[in-house]
Design a protein around this ligand. Sequence first.
Ligand SMILES: [Zn+2]
Length: 281
Amino acid sequence: MSCTIRLDIDTWVGLTQGLTKWLDLAAQLEIVSTIALSLGPYKTGRGNLLRILNPKAPRSSKSILPWKRTHWRDLFRGILTPVKYASSENEIINIIKSASKKHEIIPHGFDHTYWSHKFTGLSKNETLGLLDDMVKEYQEILGKKPNACAAPAMQVNPYYWSELEKLQFSYSSDVIGKKPFFAQSRSESKQNKLLQVPITCNFMDSLLAKGYSKKAIIEHYISEIKEQVLNNNYSCWVIHANFEPMRYDSILKEVIKVLKKEIVFETLTEQVNRFITKKAI
Ligand SMILES: [Zn+2]
């Protein structure tokens, strides 16, 4: 029985502080994870501005207020503080390289802010350009091609999955669901061969927004993940580098400690391989 924790890196503080906190915690608990790393410019402030101007803009969850989950530097990143890139700082590259020895690193799109707001409406060429930039920067950091992607804010478009398939990716993780399946976009006549590896758990900020206490959150994740693993032998819990490891590490520790007694923590690729070899889908 196994599950995955996917750590999404969306913001610069998440990348420079939250990632290290997560790596320390994972080492202490002796677990592996899949780390979804945002590539391209980090400019979350511009995203916040767009969201204020357009309240209907996509969000990944019913969230708590931005200033309760995002460091002030990231709230204004790209407006009052500079736009940055993971590949432009050697120290960051070294942390990611060293993390890749234990954990799986996949791209979390390119230009998180732009992708979150515009990706669904992009043309085929614009989609290809963004994916090309994503692959290039991943290669620049890790010296190899990526084999998977997790779309920022779960935003996909009619060209995305078929392009990932052409890039010979082995899976992508872009939707909420129960277990892996072969996704099919409306524009395609045949079924896509790219495996879709969904997120299965509630986001912690949505539980906090509903008023859950710390104890209730711990109980929620323990029972939610146990149930998913029992029913589908699959579970993917997404946490965010700038949030859970930085503010709620005690919750992560408690949930993982309890689950570890019965459940193995794997990377998403390990879960995918298990599904493919057992033909459980
Ligand atoms: Zn994200």
